[in-house]
Design a protein around this ligand. Structure first.
Ligand code: ADP
Ligand code: MG
Length: 334
């Protein structure tokens, strides 16, 4: 199995930032209702919500909590949300809450902008081909150090503020991600050749939260940097996840990329293939949508693209009646 992706986190992230400044703070208050308690984070103070509204939000969550108890939820964390400390904190809260109510979250993270930043600081120029960064041995070392040694660590640290739950893994660990070179001209840019989810399943059985950096290795031990969207989709399929959830920097899949209101609420594999064909889906959305398609075709129940700039968007999607973002299902067999 070779999963190809025509984009790359490192590149597609660049230049796409900032067009829509985070606007979702308004949604945060409601979901924070569920986070009250003796360990309530300092940011979750009373914002004037009636006790009856708080209770209603908890009751609204109940059927969803029952429905999803024991379900594996693979969450791809990336984009703006990852570099905003407030959003990183609320993301960690959401992940811990999912675990606390009996779901099994698995975090897969990107880190293209952080890799680009360190390469810049080291004065290393990157060459691009078809929009993809040529990854020589030195660039791969930097990518691996940043993803495994910095970005993954930061997420583990943010989660473990709440308890000893998160364990960081590289896709190299326990044979998790077997990589294959995408294109010899690109150097150590990989695709997913195979997933062995055993190490992840064992951590989930121990009620740990795996946090996965998307470096894979080939049979000889050579490491490759792989698009995080692609890894999240492949892992969600291999784990037969209830959902693969992509947190991104747009409200979801848009019919018109310049119009945030043009959100496509639901889509199927057949419809998405048509949208790729006609160019509606472009840039970093291509690997993301490709990964969503792969996830539902290979065993995940559904995939979602959500606005990672909205605080507690994960809770809003999973535990409220409001369907937000884009939901992708297999649809009718074609
Ligand atoms: P991430 O960090 O989530 O991987 P990317 O930049 O790789 O972010 O992918 C999301 C970007 O894809 C959006 O910011 C947007 O510029 C672009 N994009 C292209 N086509 C679409 C579309 N049809 N709907 C939404 N976003 C799109
Ligand atoms: Mg991307």
């Amino acid at each position: 199995m070779t999963i190809t992706a025509s984009g790359d986190d490192e590149l597609s992230n660049e230049g796409s930032r900032g067009s829509n400044t985070p606007s979702g703070a308004g949604d945060g208050e409601r979901s924070e209702v569920g986070l009250r308690g003796s360990n309530a984070p300092s940011g979750a103070g009373n914002r004037g919500f009636e006790p009856s509204m708080r209770a209603a939000a908890l009751i609204e969550a109940l059927p969803y909590i029952e429905q999803f108890r024991g379900a594996i939820i693979v969450v791809k964390f990336g984009g703006n949300a990852m570099v905003d400390p407030d959003l990183s904190r609320t993301f960690a809260e959401d992940i811990v809450l999912l675990r606390s109510v009996g779901l099994k979250p698995v975090v897969v993270h990107g880190g293209g902008p952080q890799i680009g930043e360190l390469l810049g600081r080291l004065g290393k120029e990157s060459e691009f081909r078809n929009g993809l960064r040529v990854t020589d041995a030195e660039t791969l070392d930097v990518a691996r150090m940043v993803l495994v040694g910095k970005v993954g660590r930061d997420i583990v640290g943010a989660i473990n503020v709440h308890g000893a739950y998160a364990v960081g893994l590289s896709g190299e660990d326990g044979g998790l991600i077997r990589a294959t070179p995408r294109d010899p001209e690109l150097g150590f840019v990989g695709d997913v050749a195979a997933v062995n989810p055993n190490i992840v399943e064992r951590l989930l059985a121990e009620e740990m939260i795996p946090v996965i950096s998307t470096i894979g290795s080939d049979g000889s031990g050579q490491a490759y940097n792989i698009n995080a969207d692609t890894v999240a989709g492949a892992l969600a399929g291999a784990l037969r996840a209830e959902k693969a959830v992509y947190l991104t920097d747009v409200p979801g899949l848009l019919a018109d990329v310049d119009d945030p209101e043009s959100i496509i609420g639901q889509s199927t594999v057949r419809e998405l293939n048509a949208l790729i064909e006609d160019g509606t889906i472009a840039g970093g959305m291509i690997p993301k949508v490709g990964a969503c398609i792969h996830a539902v075709e290979s065993g995940a129940n559904a995939a979602h693209m959500l606005d990672g700039r909205v605080r507690h968007v994960l809770l809003l999607e999973l535990f409220t009646d409001a369907g937000i973002g884009t939901k992708i299902t297999l649809g009718d067999p074609t």
